[in-house]
Design a protein around this ligand. Structure first.
Ligand code: ADP
Ligand code: MG
Ligand code: ZN
Length: 512
C-alpha cells in the first residue's frame, strides 16, 4: 500500500502549505492599517527650549501647553480649558518640528509624531484606521503629545481641487476631526501640528475645540538670527575675525535651516582651504555660494567684457552709495558667480518690515544703475541688465497694484489674492477691467522711465566717481563699500588725478 499512500500524503501536505500561505497574505493585508506612529520613549525626548534659539515670543505662547502637561490638576481646579490643538504656522525651515519636539522634551511626555503623508496608502480607509490607532495609543499612555507634521497633506479643504475630492484623504480628515472631538480636554493629550500653508487648511480643522490655537513661527529677526548662528557655531572652531553680527546682518530672509546650512558650508570651505578654523572669508564664500552660486574664477573673459562689467557694477554701487534711502554698499565685485557676471552687495542696517515710497524709488534707481552706466559710458545697452530690469519692474508693479503708491490708480488693491489653489480659484476672473489693466501698465512704464531718468541724472552728476570706482574694480576685482565711499569723496573734491585712481590696498579683500 505504501506506493499508493505516498502520493496521497504529498497531496495533503501541499494543500496544507497552500492554506498557510494564503493566510499569511491575508494577515499582511489586515496589518496595513496599523499605525506607523513613531513612539518616543516615555522619558523626555532630548530636545528642550534651549535647543531652540531665539523665538522668545513663540516660546512664551507655548509654555502654557508645557505647564498644562506638567500640572494638569492646577488647570482643572480653576476649570480652565487648555487648547486641544496647537497649530504651528510658518515658512519651511523655521524650526516648527524642532519646537514641537522641545515642548514634549520640556514637559517630559511621550511624543507621537507622524507626517501627514504617512496616513496615505493605496487603500481607502487605511488612513482613517491609522488615525484611530494613533489616538488609541496616545490614550493608553495617558499624557502625550500627538504631533502631525505637514498637516496640509491631509487637512486640505474638502471639495477643492480638480476632478472631485480625494476619497481617502477626506475619510482620513473626517476621522481625525471625529477623534479630536472624542477626547476630553482634561485628558492630558495635546495635539500639535505644523504647516506652511494655513490658507489651504479645511476650516473645520481650525474651529474652536480643534486646532484653536495658532502660533506663528516667522522667519527669524536679526536678534534671533544671531542666536541661531551662535547655537550652530557652538562646538565648531571659528577664527577671531568671525563676527556673528555681520553674518546675521547679511542673511535677511534666511530661515533657521538656511542658517544651519550656511554655517556648514563655511566649515566645508575652511576644510577645503586646509585650515582647521572657520574664518570670516569662509562665511563670505559660503554666503555667496548659498545666494549666488559658487565663484567662477576660471571663466575666460575679454578685456572689453570686464570693462563693461566694471562700469555696470560701479553704476549700481554708486547709486546705492549716494542715495540716502538706500542700504549701504557692503562689497562690489566683478568676479563672476553663478549666473551673474558681477555683484554689488548691500547690507541693510537693520531688518526691514515695510518700505516707503522713497525707499522703493531708491531701489529702482539702484537697479537701473548698471544699465544706465553702460549706456552713459559705452553708449549702448547689453543683455546683462535683464535681471536688474526684472527687479525694478517687480517693485514698480507692486507699488501700483499692491501698495497704492500711484496717484492715477489710487488706493486700490489689484493684486491676485493669495496663491492660486487649483480648482477652487481657477474660475476666478481678474477683478478689474481691461481699461484698468492698461492704466496699470501705463503707470508702471511711467514710473520706470522716471526712475531711469533720475538714475541718469545721478550718474551724470557723479561721472568722476563712476570712473574711479570702475577703475578700482578693474584693478582689484573686489572692493569694499568703504572703499566705494572713499572714492566718491575723492571725486567730489576735484578733477581726477591719476594717483587717486589707485586705491590703497585693502587687506583680505583679494581672496574674498
Ligand atoms: P520646519 O519643521 O519648520 O520646516 P525644522 O524644525 O525641521 O523646520 O528645522 C530645520 C533645522 O533648522 C533644524 O534641525 C535646526 O537645525 C535648524 N533651526 C531652525 N530653527 C532653529 C532655531 N530657532 N534654533 C536652532 N536651530 C534652528
Ligand atoms: Mg518640519
Ligand atoms: Zn546689474
Amino acid at each position: 500500500m505504501l506506493p499508493l499512500l505516498l502520493p496521497v500524503g504529498l497531496l495533503i501536505l501541499f494543500f496544507v502549505w497552500m492554506q498557510r500561505r494564503a493566510q499569511g497574505q491575508m494577515g499582511n493585508i489586515m496589518s496595513i492599517g496599523r499605525s506607523k506612529a513613531k513612539t518616543y520613549s516615555t522619558e523626555r525626548p532630548g530636545t528642550t527650549f534651549d535647543d531652540v534659539a531665539g523665538y522668545e515670543g513663540v516660546k512664551r505662547e507655548i509654555t502654557e501647553v508645557v505647564d498644562f502637561l506638567k500640572h494638569p490638576d492646577r488647570f482643572a481646579e480653576i476649570g480652565a480649558r487648555i487648547p486641544k490643538g496647537v497649530l504651528l504656522v510658518g515658512p519651511p525651515g523655521t524650526g516648527k518640528t524642532l519646537i514641537a519636539k522641545a515642548v514634549a522634551g520640556e514637559a517630559g511626555v511621550p511624543f507621537l509624531s507622524v507626517t501627514g503623508s504617512d496616513f496615505m496608502e493605496m487603500f481607502v480607509g487605511v488612513g482613517a484606521s491609522r488615525v484611530r490607532d494613533l489616538f488609541d495609543s496616545a490614550r493608553k499612555m495617558g499624557k502625550a503629545i500627538i504631533f502631525i507634521d505637514e498637516i496640509d497633506s491631509i487637512g486640505r479643504k474638502r471639495g477643492a481641487g480638480l476632478g472631485g475630492g480625494h476619497d481617502e484623504r477626506e475619510q482620513t480628515l473626517n476621522q481625525m476631526l471625529a477623534e479630536m472631538d472624542g477626547f476630553e480636554a482634561t485628558e492630558g493629550i495635546v495635539m500639535m501640528a505644523a504647516t506652511n500653508r494655513p490658507d489651504i487648511l479645511d476650516p473645520a480643522l481650525l474651529r474652536p475645540g480643534r486646532f484653536d490655537r495658532q502660533v506663528i513661527v516667522p522667519l527669524p529677526e536679526l536678534e534671533d538670527r544671531k542666536k541661531i548662528l551662535a547655537v550652530h557655531l557652538k562646538g565648531k572652531r571659528s577664527a577671531d575675525d568671525v563676527d556673528i553680527n555681520v553674518i546675521a546682518r547679511g542673511a535677511p530672509g534666511m530661515s533657521g535651516a538656511d542658517l544651519a546650512n550656511l554655517v556648514n558650508e563655511a566649515a566645508l570651505f575652511a576644510v577645503r582651504r586646509g585650515s582647521d578654523v572657520i574664518a570670516a572669508t569662509d562665511f563670505d564664500a559660503a554666503r555667496d555660494r548659498v545666494l549666488l552660486g559658487i565663484e567662477r574664477k576660471s571663466m575666460v573673459r575679454t578685456q572689453a567684457d570686464l570693462e563693461r562689467t566694471a562700469y555696470h557694477e560701479a553704476g549700481h554701487a554708486l547709486c546705492a552709495a549716494v542715495q540716502e534711502n538706500h542700504d549701504p554698499v557692503h562689497k562690489v565685485s566683478i568676479i563672476a558667480t553663478g549666473m551673474a557676471l558681477g555683484v554689488t552687495m548691500t547690507l541693510p542696517a537693520e531688518d526691514r518690515h515695510t518700505m516707503d515710497k522713497a525707499e522703493a524709488q531708491a531701489r529702482m534707481i539702484m537697479a537701473m544703475g548698471g544699465r544706465v552706466a553702460e549706456s552713459l559710458v559705452f553708449n549702448e545697452y547689453s543683455s546683462g541688465a535683464a535681471n536688474d530690469l526684472q527687479q525694478a519692474t517687480t517693485i514698480a508693479r507692486r507699488m501700483v497694484t499692491e501698495w497704492g503708491m500711484s496717484e492715477a490708480v489710487g488706493p486700490m488693491s489689484l493684486a491676485d489674492n493669495g496663491p492660486v489653489f487649483l480648482g477652487e480659484d481657477m474660475m476666478q476672473t481678474k477683478a478689474y477691467s481691461p481699461a484698468t489693466a492698461k492704466l496699470v501698465d501705463d503707470e508702471i512704464r511711467r514710473i520706470l522711465v522716471e526712475m531711469e531718468d533720475r538714475c541718469r541724472d545721478l550718474l551724470t552728476e557723479y561721472r568722476h566717481g563712476l570712473d574711479l570706482v570702475a577703475r578700482a574694480l578693474l584693478e582689484h576685482e573686489t572692493i569694499s563699500g568703504a572703499e566705494v565711499s572713499r572714492l566718491i569723496d575723492v571725486s567730489r573734491s576735484g578733477p581726477i588725478a591719476e594717483s587717486d585712481a589707485t586705491p590703497a590696498e585693502v587687506p583680505g579683500l583679494e581672496d574674498a
